[in-house]
Design a protein around this ligand. Structure first.
Ligand code: ZN
Length: 423
């Protein structure tokens, strides 16, 4: 094992170069830029190492077009004997750059042991670490038993429908292909992420009646009705949500309860026109809510908690009427700590870092939801280098020493998972 760790350390320059190369593909999503060249870069590299490489376009999924094709890469290396398959899944998309950068977001600048760039921590650093871990393991154990897969997938930042969800529907995460999955999202090198909270997005619309703005009493203002909804949220819903605490080890601890974000509110005339508005009473107001829920909660209760409040308003407030539309929902998931991938990575962390692994739950979702729900594969965690708080921020970076440590943990975990019967 020491030789294997040394081998990884010797690849530090290669790991840096690989991470920089990946950052230099501006795979911004939306709209889904540069997916094809990035996927082919990964595939070309692994093909040279004897991987069987496939490119899967997620035809017809949201955003897929000839201009922005959703090209996923999935590479598989069979060992010399049958055995379990371990799969490393990374998303190749990154979010928009945003303001506040002092570094070039797509140059991969290296300074004081850190590589900077959009996607450095979320999650091209993790992808690079998993590639180096896998290649080093294969060099060290050329006659390994089982199989190792590496995928680079699209659209995680926009729900994963053109990426892992599509691949899972095509059977790529079926039991006969894959046994264990590690998603190298940036959760820090000593933490194992077991899953995530649930999500419900909905759009609430309140209705009014249009009239001249100089005589609002002749109309009915939909924005004021929405104001009443917000007041109910403040008075009743937010205090109730704060009381719903979870046993899930969510990080940061502020997310260890049910939460609700008001994502947007639009009422009255569009802001897109920059002339003077006409005087009108708004007849519609729409609000998008983002409710995150706990493993202890049921989605239908989460929904009825809000619709009951709206129904009360319909009963108590004059002329109040509303519609509610589901936009998106994800069930919470939490992998059991007795699952093989959890035990292997936990043992690898204590081997390499000489400390106990922390078990965490992500406040937001990631592609594990599709592997769990569509692929029906429960032996899945997120584990990778980088500081979660830096994700989506300006001057995002990943630490080189952290990437090396994670690559060692990953290689150690590969060895454990592929040789389980011998332990
Ligand atoms: Zn990510």
């Amino acid at each position: 094992m020491d030789d294997l760790l040394q081998r990884i350390e010797q690849k530090e320059a290669e790991l840096i170069a690989l991470t920089q190369d990946l950052i230099r593909f501006p795979t911004i999503n939306p709209p889904g830029e540069a997916y094809a060249p990035c996927a082919h870069y990964i595939g070309d590299r692994l093909a040279k190492r004897g991987f069987d490489v496939r490119y899967i376009r997620a035809l017809g999924t949201p955003g897929d077009s000839d201009l922005y094709p959703r090209i996923n890469v999935i590479a598989r290396k069979e060992g010399s004997n049958p055995g379990p398959c371990i799969h490393f899944n990374s998303h190749i998309d990154v979010v928009e750059v945003g303001n506040g950068w002092t570094k070039d977001p797509f140059s991969g600048a290296v300074e004081e042991g850190k590589i900077y760039g959009r996607g450095a921590c979320d999650m091209k650093g993790g992808l690079a670490a998993s590639i180096i871990a896998t290649e080093s393991y294969i060099d060290h154990h050329p006659d390994f038993a089982g199989a190792i897969e590496i995928s680079g997938t699209c659209d995680e930042e926009s729900g994963g429908y053109g990426g892992v969800a599509y691949l899972a529907k095509q059977g790529f995460f079926d039991k006969d292909r894959v046994d264990h999955v590690i998603i190298p999202e940036p959760l820090n090198k000593d933490r194992i992420c077991l899953g995530h909270r649930g999500v419900w997005w909905a759009e609430i619309e309140t209705h009014g009646h249009i009239a001249h703005g100089s005589m609002p009493f002749l109309g009915d203002c939909a924005v004021r009705h929405m104001g009443a909804v917000l007041e109910e949220f403040e008075q009743k819903l937010y205090p109730a949500l704060a009381k719903k605490q979870t046993t899930m080890p969510v990080v940061p601890p502020g997310a260890r309860q049910s939460t609700l974000n008001i994502n947007s509110i639009h009422g009255g005339q569009s802001e897109e026109f920059d002339g003077l508005p006409a005087p009108c009473v708004p007849d519609s107001c729409r609000m998008v809510i983002d409710r995150r829920f706990l493993i202890e909660e049921k989605l239908d209760q989460v929904k009825s908690e809000i619709t009951e409040l709206l129904d009360d308003l319909s009963y108590n407030r004059s002329k109040f009427s509303y519609q509610i539309k589901d936009l998106f929902e994800v069930q919470p998931t939490m992998t059991d700590q007795s699952q093989p991938v959890v035990k292997a990575v936990s043992a690898a962390i204590s081997d390499i870092l000489d400390k106990e692994a922390d078990y965490v739950i992500s406040p937001g979702t990631y592609d594990q939801k599709h592997i769990d729900r569509i692929g029906k594969l429960k032996d899945c965690i997120a584990y990778g280098p980088g500081i979660l708080d830096l994700a989506h921020q300006p001057d995002e970076y990943v630490g080189i020493a952290d990437m090396l440590d994670c690559a060692k943990v990953m290689a150690n975990a590969i060895h454990r998972l592929l040789n389980q019967n011998q332990h």
